[in-house]
Design a protein around this ligand. Structure first.
Ligand code: KDG
Length: 350
């Protein structure tokens, strides 16, 4: 049974046990009278992300807050922090592990040093569409990776969407595989991205997202790669002239919760936050796809010189970085990688 289905089943079971007043986690609430009838205590969830409030990820977090506060009758409140106010992805992830923050929703890419299996989602050109990514992430492969989080005092409540990544730079258009040569590209802190850009002849620099705008503005790096909505929201177009549509990698976000916080929750409270993370995630994915198309148009209107990299050139890029994929497929888990590819082949044969 899928992880999320298991969680919802537990929720339904706990709802019936609650009705009998027998559900675990209510001993504290028994002393507070009303709470005993619904198994929900006064709690605060501190949630932080690296992107801005106006980005689809920020809007998804606002939706999560609305759902949790509505479903808990206001007893559970969510305090949202945007634009790396609480630190960068890795710092916020460490805060969850330490129990000083409850939620963050980073890209999976910088987590590969902690859970190597996340790395299979970083392989270039793995997914042809967001829908293919949804099927893999919400299925057995995505679930198996989330289960690796527990040993790090983390719980994964589902995947949201960062999206397909495209290259910007201040030097020249990237139209063919040779054009990567010598470009100083900022990458996420992820060995697949680093090795792939090295294989293409670029000069990659790993860097936390919160430092990217300054690095581009000061010309410390020539370029970076992110989905259109991120490029627009963080105004990278103000310091980047060229946008080359490569869609070279699909990056998921993963909804992380501190396990020490999760373990304190009653079954009813777990059901509320799990369902809210999934429902807000569906909303965020849909909004992200709409907004990314709008952002591309806005970036063109703002004067970015946009070129589409042809399928033939994408095939040459893919061929050139194939040794990187072969190397890391073994390192991240050949079986899981093959299970993902089998699922993708089945989807494409339907
Ligand atoms: O909090 C999420 C962001 O940090 C996310 O945009 C990461 O895509 C990312 C990048 O380029 O670091």
């Amino acid at each position: 049974m899928k992880n999320w289905a298991k969680k919802v089943t537990i929720g339904l079971l706990s709802a019936s046990l609650l009705a009998l007043g027998a559900c675990s986690g209510t001993e504290d609430s028994a002393s507070s009278g009303n709470a005993a009838s619904d198994g929900i205590q006064e709690r605060v969830i501190k949630a932080g992300i690296g992107l801005n409030e106006d980005h689809p990820e920020g809007q998804g977090l606002i939706k999560f807050k609305e759902l949790v506060e509505e479903k808990s009758g206001g007893k559970i409140t969510v305090q949202n922090y945007f634009a790396a106010q609480l630190g960068d992805d890795m710092q916020m992830t460490e805060a969850l592990k330490a129990g000083t923050q409850e939620v963050t929703i980073p890209s999976t890419s910088p987590l590969v040093g902690m859970v190597k299996e996340f790395g299979i989602f970083d392989f270039p050109f793995i997914f042809n569409s967001g829908e293919e990514a949804d099927a893999v992430l919400d299925g057995p492969v995505g679930d198996q990776v989330l289960e690796k989080l527990a040993e790090h005092n983390l719980v994964g409540l589902g995947y949201w969407e960062n999206g397909f990544r495209n290259l910007t730079n201040s030097k020249h258009p990237v139209e063919k595989v040779e054009d990567f040569e010598g470009l100083k590209i900022r990458t996420m802190q992820n060995e697949v991205h680093l090795d792939a850009f090295k294989e293409l002849g670029a000069n990659p620099t790993p860097m936390a997202f919160s430092e990217v705008f300054t690095a581009l503005e000061s010309k410390t790096v020539d370029g970076q790669e992110n989905p259109f909505a991120t490029i627009e929201s963080n105004k990278f177009n103000e310091v980047q002239e060229y946008l080359s549509v490569t869609n070279h990698v699909y990056t998921p976000f993963v909804f992380l919760m501190s396990k020490s916080f999760w373990d304190k929750l009653s079954d009813k409270e777990k059901e509320i936050v799990q369902d809210a993370a999934i429902e807000a995630g569906q909303y965020q994915r849909s909004l992200n796809r709409e907004e990314n198309q709008k952002s591309l148009e806005h970036l063109k209107e703002a004067g970015m010189k946009v070129n589409e990299v042809s399928d033939d050139e994408k095939k040459k890029i893919q061929k050139k970085i194939q040794p990187v994929i072969d190397k890391y497929a073994d390192k991240f888990g050949k079986d899981l990688f093959e299970e993902m590819n089998t699922q993708l082949e089945e989807i494409r044969s339907e």
